[in-house]
Design a protein around this ligand. Structure first.
Ligand SMILES: Cc1cc2nc3c(=O)[nH]c(=O)nc-3n(C[C@H](O)[C@H](O)[C@H](O)COP(=O)(O)OP(=O)(O)OC[C@H]3O[C@@H](n4cnc5c(N)ncnc54)[C@H](O)[C@@H]3O)c2cc1C
Length: 234
């Protein structure tokens, strides 16, 4: 029987199958349990979380499980520990690092195109040194984000990616996506505040990326533990 609550679960309300990670109270192990047909499962309630400022195309649900019965064969055979759950998160964090790079790259491209065509004081704003500084910062950070992603992705192929390096990619790129999207927004002045010009939307998407797949604080602590051999988690 599954009991508990989960928050922010992506696309849960439209999923045909849910995989619920939960602790087995009998032996303390962590397991992954497949819930088939979740919308028609007694004891399982889902509700959409409205009012999200970023990544609005994705639905996120609050889920409560009250004595949800599933067949014993629906427990996945291999996952038995928190470390096993962590293996899923490691790959997820690399994916989110790529996502952050994509968000930043789109914002930088939009800002460069805007700066080239926007005229102020009879000149393109791209001709102002302070604007070029923002454009160079954005282009440089995006390139660094992409290179870090390439590196950790190659490490996956070599079977050499560590938990800490996956966290490093997510930690760095989530922060940099915030920075780059804000610079892009600034570059576009008032027009950067309009949803129709997309950069503000990317800025809000970067806020979501900053918090999910392990908040930045948690990824920092994972990398800190790997670097020092000492856990600073409380
Ligand atoms: C849009 C969105 C989509 C999501 N999708 C999914 C999903 O599909 N599946 C899923 O399982 N989860 C999902 N999540 C959940 C996400 O992983 C959590 O929101 C995230 O882990 C942070 O947890 P929290 O929101 O409860 O914040 P809290 O845990 O309340 O944290 C609040 C603040 O305290 C900090 N903090 C917490 N604990 C510590 C600590 N020990 N040391 C230092 N600082 C700490 C956090 O870093 C954060 O800054 C999603 C979240 C969002 C916002």
């Amino acid at each position: 029987m599954l009991n508990g609550a989960k928050r922010w679960i992506g696309n849960a309300e439209i999923a045909d199958v849910l995989i619920i990670w939960a602790r087995d109270e009998e032996d303390g192990s962590i397991g992954a349990f497949v819930v088939e047909d979740p919308r028609n499962t007694p004891g399982l309630e889902m509700s959409n979380i409205g009012g999200k400022i970023g990544k609005r195309a994705v639905w996120n649900a609050d889920i409560t499980l009250t004595n949800v019965r599933i067949p014993v064969e629906n427990r996945l055979a291999k996952p038995r520990s928190f470390r096993d759950a962590g293996k899923v998160l490691i790959l997820g964090r690399v994916g989110v690092a790529w996502e952050a790079a994509g968000i930043a790259s789109a914002a930088a491209e939009m800002a460069i195109a805007y700066a080239r065509q926007r005229q102020q004081f009879g000149r393109s704003i791209a001709s102002f040194q302070l604007i070029q500084h923002k454009l160079v910062e954005m282009a440089t950070e995006v390139s660094l984000m992409q290179m870090l992603c390439l590196q950790v992705t190659n490490l996956i192929a070599q079977g050499a990616l560590t938990e800490g390096l996956a966290s490093m990619a997510k930690y760095n790129n989530a922060r940099k996506a915030r920075y780059v999207t804000q610079l892009a927004r600034e570059t576009m002045g008032g027009n950067g505040l309009l949803i129709e010009n997309h950069v503000a939307r990317l800025m809000m998407d970067a806020e979501v990326v900053y918090t999910y797949e392990g908040s930045n604080e948690i990824n920092l602590l994972i990398l800190g533990r790997e670097l020092t051999g000492i856990s600073a988690f409380t």
